[in-house]
Design a protein around this ligand. Structure first.
Ligand code: ZN
Length: 257
């Protein structure tokens, strides 16, 4: 038994050491990203100074019929957020409205069809440029901030095209875009959780970080309502809220495809 126990224990220690090294590399990367000096302007917001305890609220897949309600809640607390918009729902006036209220408008995808956009670099770029054009027409400004559908760490793209996320991350960076993942997931994605459950998920996640990029979807009313609880908790606990810009912390995930 001892003969088996010893190598097992050694391999566990080695695995833990590897994990520790990986985590410290990620930490280093985040700090480097924080200090980035990229200067491409995105919108009318001044670049927010990087502060301790910052919450970046981000909303994917909108705008939707619930987005005006969300804009009203954000205005009530003077909180600025980031909308990673899609292009296939025609609600361009809401994008314009969100932008004019000082929120960042990021590019999610025009079609949100994984099989289409992750088929090749060319297909992804065509979709990205289509949503960039929508945002430009709505706001008069070109956005260079991106959120990949499924995040950069998605595995849904693996059977579609092996290695595509690695290729895309390199390509968009070389073209002057910045892509953003998240480090706090509200898990609102399936539209099944209540306002309270969503807020609790987000608050539990925020407590683990100084800078939090929160993933929500403004296509779900419960998630929109949860924002008020998250903001109240954040303000009461010394956090500030900021929209994402090119210089913000990016919370890049480890790419697996
Ligand atoms: Zn999405």
């Amino acid at each position: 038994m001892k003969m088996h126990w010893l190598p097992y224990s050694t391999s566990v220690i080695l695995a833990l050491l590897t994990l520790a090294i990986t985590l410290s590399t990620i930490e280093h990367y985040y700090q480097t990203a924080h200090n980035s000096t990229t200067t491409i302007a995105l919108n009318s917001n001044d670049e927010p100074a990087v502060k301790e305890k910052t919450i970046y609220l981000t909303f994917d897949d909108g705008p939707s019929i619930h987005t005006p309600k969300l804009l009203e809640i954000l205005d009530r607390y003077n909180v600025k957020a980031t909308f990673f918009v899609v292009g296939n729902n025609g609600s361009y006036s809401i994008i314009k409205d969100a932008y004019s209220r000082g929120h960042s408008i990021g590019l999610h995808t025009y079609s949100h069809k994984y099989k289409q956009i992750y088929a090749s670099k060319e297909a992804y770029l065509a979709d990205l440029e289509a949503i960039q054009d929508v945002v430009f027409k709505a706001t008069g400004h070109k956005s260079y901030i991106i959120r990949f559908p499924g995040g950069s760490s998605n595995s849904i793209s693996t059977p579609i095209k092996k290695g595509i996320m690695t290729e895309l991350a390199n390509m968009v960076t070389a073209k002057g875009y910045q892509y953003f993942d998240w480090n706090v997931d509200s898990n609102d994605g399936l539209g099944k959780l209540t306002r309270k459950e969503i807020a609790n998920n987000v608050i539990a996640g925020i407590k683990k970080h100084n800078s939090s990029i929160v993933l929500q979807h403004d296509i779900w009313l419960e998630s929109v309502y949860a924002v008020e609880d998250i903001i109240k908790w954040g303000l009461a606990n010394g956090y500030s809220f900021a929209p994402l810009t090119m210089n913000s912390f990016a919370a890049h995930h480890t790419i697996s495809n």
